[in-house]
Write a protein that binds this ligand. Structure first.
Ligand SMILES: Cc1cc2nc3c(=O)[nH]c(=O)nc-3n(C[C@H](O)[C@H](O)[C@H](O)COP(=O)(O)OP(=O)(O)OC[C@H]3O[C@@H](n4cnc5c(N)ncnc54)[C@H](O)[C@@H]3O)c2cc1C
Length: 482
């Protein structure tokens, strides 16, 4: 029976960077990575050619395969360790990086993020950081936001662009191959093998037909399954009593408006993280994943659940900026299933859009009417997601979510004139499923011995730099153990 030193489930940035860092520590370790999607050179999204999402089978190429959701991401590598407008000049994503905070000091986290950022540069990441030369303008805008009860967080960004992100990850895949890391694609990890409270391996099935069960053994297994695998991970938690907390689910819209309105924000910040707690609910509402001159995109999850996202290319440009506006919702008693709540909301919206993303003008929401496709033809903000269907998102987004979003838009409008322009577009559903927060010890180990969890799927990170850094940090813990 062949035994690996480490099995990593999922080849998103967290899993890939874990393997990379282990190579730096000791070249001769026997590492196996298993991924349900395809290798990087086989990943391609047909939407650009055919103009609509074909719901690729067995898995969406945007979210699955080597480098996970990173391959088709906008490739904004955020220097969270150089943030301003936030305590200690360290931003830690939407959920404040609980596993990092528990394991490392503020300075150690900053050093880890800087080290991880350097790896991106080493593999071809853009050397330039956005915004450094606009410190005064940024401060002025942050002060203006404060008056509207908004935090405006700035951090420099290394923007790769979708096509460069793809090339960068291709180089990383080659690097892992050359360093003899074992990689299996088109293979789902269907189950864990746990004996006497300890993980000893995993079971797999073919991604194509769900058959051909195989078993792989290792006394160290790392779950790096991303948002895509969050649902599966929740099932594993239930089956094996892996301790976890049901956290928040972030529900909202992708907001699209003209570059002209966002000109200064795009120039100074590239991505401006506005955070507010609008009345009357005081829920956390945040703007993030801003894509200047970008494109709104779809991402497809299990059972054809279709969500909206956004990205921008390095060379190809639109005249619109898009960004996410998300509301964090928590549940406790008697209902504590945030993932299910998010799925229900998305499902209703998908049904209203006949399987497509719905788009509505802000002004139509204020007027209490749906948007019609002919109205979009002459709209000042022309939708960049051509497959989106004009309709009414308020049929399915709850009153509380909608109120939070509209209040937030009004507040940001006082800082960025035109942010509440009636011709701006809201696409739905945009949902972040990082709600199942796995309880980890200081070495990212779950309540099952030798079973580790990192990245977005474990509810620990949000975004490329944090998920990649989690992989690096786990490798450091493991290299002391091996
Ligand atoms: C369109 C888009 C744009 C984005 N833009 C940015 C950006 O500009 N900047 C930024 O910081 N972040 C961005 N993100 C988010 C970023 O991509 C993620 O935060 C990051 O990829 C998370 O890394 P991860 O390793 O935790 O998970 P993922 O990247 O999601 O990878 C998890 C992998 O695990 C695999 N997997 C899951 N379950 C199983 C299983 N049971 N068996 C085998 N394999 C499994 C999945 O197929 C997937 O490949 C974007 C995301 C999307 C979708």
């Amino acid at each position: 029976m062949k035994k690996y030193d480490l099995i990593i489930v999922g080849m998103g940035p967290s899993g890939v960077f874990c393997a990379y860092e282990l190579i730096q520590k000791n070249k001769h370790k026997n590492i196996l990575l298993i991924e349900q999607g395809k290798s990087i050179e086989k990943r391609n999204c047909p939407i650009e050619k055919v103009g609509k999402c074909l719901k690729c089978k067995p898995f969406c190429n945007i979210t699955c395969g080597f480098s996970g959701a990173g391959a088709f991401s906008d490739g904004k590598v955020n220097s969270y360790h150089m943030a301003t407008g936030v305590k200690d000049n360290l931003y830690m994503g939407g959920n404040d990086g609980p596993s990092f905070r528990a394991a490392l000091s503020t300075d150690e986290i900053k050093a880890l993020f800087a080290y991880t950022d350097d790896i991106y540069v080493k593999f071809g990441g853009n050397k330039e950081l956005t915004g450094l030369e606009y410190a005064d303008e940024i401060k002025k805008m942050q002060d203006k936001a404060k008056k509207e009860n908004l935090d405006l967080i700035y951090f420099p960004i290394r923007h790769l662009g979708t096509e460069k992100a793809h090339l960068l990850y291709a180089k990383l895949q080659k690097y892992l191959e050359e360093n003899h890391v074992n990689m299996i694609f088109d293979t789902i990890v269907s189950d864990l093998i746990i004996e006497n409270g300890e993980v000893v391996g995993v079971k797999t099935l073919s991604s194509f037909d769900g058959k051909n069960e195989k078993t792989y053994y290792s006394s160290n297994v790392c779950l790096a399954v991303g948002r895509k695998g969050a649902d599966w991970l929740a099932k594993m938690c239930k089956k094996y009593n892996i301790e976890n907390n049901s956290g928040a689910v972030d529900i909202g819209v992708r907001y699209e408006l003209s570059d002209e309105v966002m000109k200064e924000v795009n120039k100074y910040f590239y991505e401006a993280k506005f955070v507010g707690y609008p009345s009357p609910y005081c829920d956390k509402v945040r703007a993030f994943c801003q894509n200047p001159s970008g494109f709104v995109a779809t991402e497809v999850y299990d059972n054809a659940l279709t969500l909206v996202n956004g990205h921008s290319y390095f060379d190809k440009k639109s005249t619109n900026t898009n960004l996410a506006i998300l509301v964090s919702h928590k549940f406790n008693h008697p209902f504590d299933k945030p993932i299910q709540y998010g799925i229900n909301v998305a499902d209703n919206l998908n049904q209203l859009g006949a399987g497509n993303i719905i788009v509505q003008r802000l002004g139509d929401i204020y007027r209490g009417k749906r948007t019609w496709s002919y109205e979009l033809e002459n709209n000042k903000v022309v939708p960049t997601l051509k497959s989106a269907v004009a309709g009414d998102i308020t049929f399915a987004l709850g009153y509380r979510t909608m109120t939070d979003i509209l209040q937030f838009i009004r507040s940001v409008d006082k800082v960025v004139e035109g942010f509440a322009n009636p011709e701006n577009l809201l696409y739905a559903p945009e949902i972040k499923f990082y709600s199942n927060e796995i309880v980890l010890d200081k070495t990212f180990q779950t309540s099952i011995k030798n079973l580790y969890a990192i990245g977005d799927g474990a509810g620990q990170t949000t975004g490329l730099i944090m998920s990649s850094a989690a992989g690096v940090q786990l490798a450091r813990f493991l290299s002391e153990k091996f």
